[in-house]
Design a protein around this ligand. Structure first.
Ligand SMILES: Nc1ncnc2c1ncn2[C@@H]1O[C@H](COP(=O)(O)OP(=O)(O)OP(=O)(O)O)[C@@H](O)[C@H]1O
Ligand SMILES: [Mg+2]
Length: 254
């Protein structure tokens, strides 16, 4: 587990100031939720931390490492994995292959070693399979192992997206709206899995979510973003009763 510290983060897209001087910290092993109306900047925080975009200003520290300018492909090696709001799976591959591809993309032994089938490459392959199978077991995805992702029900695909990130053995996991579109049973299952990953693996988790029930259930702390700015921060109970938070949500709804 590693902590995350974001200081003075700002970014604009054209005329849109997506984030304005946002600072927050996540303790190692903590579950922090980021909530806020549509367009508040939640996914943008993930895009900056996972290095899809550069910030205009500010710093990002993961553990004791400054990752503000880290290359995108180095993010997994630092121990950071994320899921995407709009699933980023390979639809025409099986569940197992999606999990293996996630590992191959980030932990590649050299191509030459693979072609020559060197012992190091073979060992790495065995390790990849072992890890993927462990995640399949943890998430009880056995019955879907060989299924093509495109043929899975939506709820199962959301879980595979979570499993794919977990295959990278992250120390810090960023989950972008994992409950969106789930039915009540799947949602309850997800709440259990998020808590289980933190409790059993010690993973630090940042959760972006609109489902305030889920947020209240699993989060140690909640951060509220509104219009690119930090509006409030506190325990789920305090946040739920915060007049500024209630006003922001009502304002967004009208
Ligand atoms: N790559 C981009 N190019 C242009 N504008 C962007 C880009 N990414 C985000 N934005 C804008 O930045 C603002 C914040 O977007 P972001 O996706 O972070 O919101 P969000 O809080 O995740 O919203 P939602 O709850 O709808 O997912 C929005 O106005 C969005 O249109
Ligand atoms: Mg978003």
């Amino acid at each position: 587990m590693i902590g995350l510290a974001v200081r003075g983060l700002s970014v604009s897209f054209g005329g849109v100031r997506a984030l304005r001087d946002v600072s927050f910290a996540v303790a190692p092993g903590e579950i922090l939720s980021i909530v806020g109306p549509n367009g508040a900047g939640k996914t943008t925080v993930f895009n900056l931390v996972s290095r899809l975009f550069d910030a205009d200003a500010g710093t990002i520290t993961a553990g004791d490492r400054d990752i503000t300018y880290l290359a995108r492909h180095e993010i997994a090696a630092v121990g950071i994995a994320r899921t995407f709001q709009n699933l980023e799976l390979f639809d025409h591959a099986s569940v197992l292959d999606n999990l293996l591809l996630a590992r191959h993309a980030h932990r590649q032994s050299t191509v030459v070693a693979q072609i020559l089938r060197l012992p190091s490459a073979m060992r790495a392959e065995v390790e990849h399979r072992l890890r993927a199978e462990q995640v399949i077991e943890r998430f009880e995805l056995e019955r879907f192992r060989s299924a093509t992702v495109a043929n899975l029900p939506y709820g199962a695909r959301k879980l595979v997206e979570f499993a794919r990130a977990l295959c990278l053995e992250p120390k810090l996991l960023l989950l972008d709206e994992p409950a969106a579109g789930l039915n009540p049973e799947e949602r309850a299952d997800l709440a259990f899995r998020i808590a289980d990953v933190r409790d059993e693996l010690g993973t630090t988790i940042v959760l972006v979510e609109h489902d305030m029930g889920l947020v209240g259930e699993v989060s140690d702390r909640v951060l509220v973003l509104n219009d690119g700015q930090l509006l409030a921060e506190g325990t789920p109970d305090v946040i739920r009763r915060d007049p500024a938070v209630i006003a922001a949500y009502l304002g967004a709804a009208t």
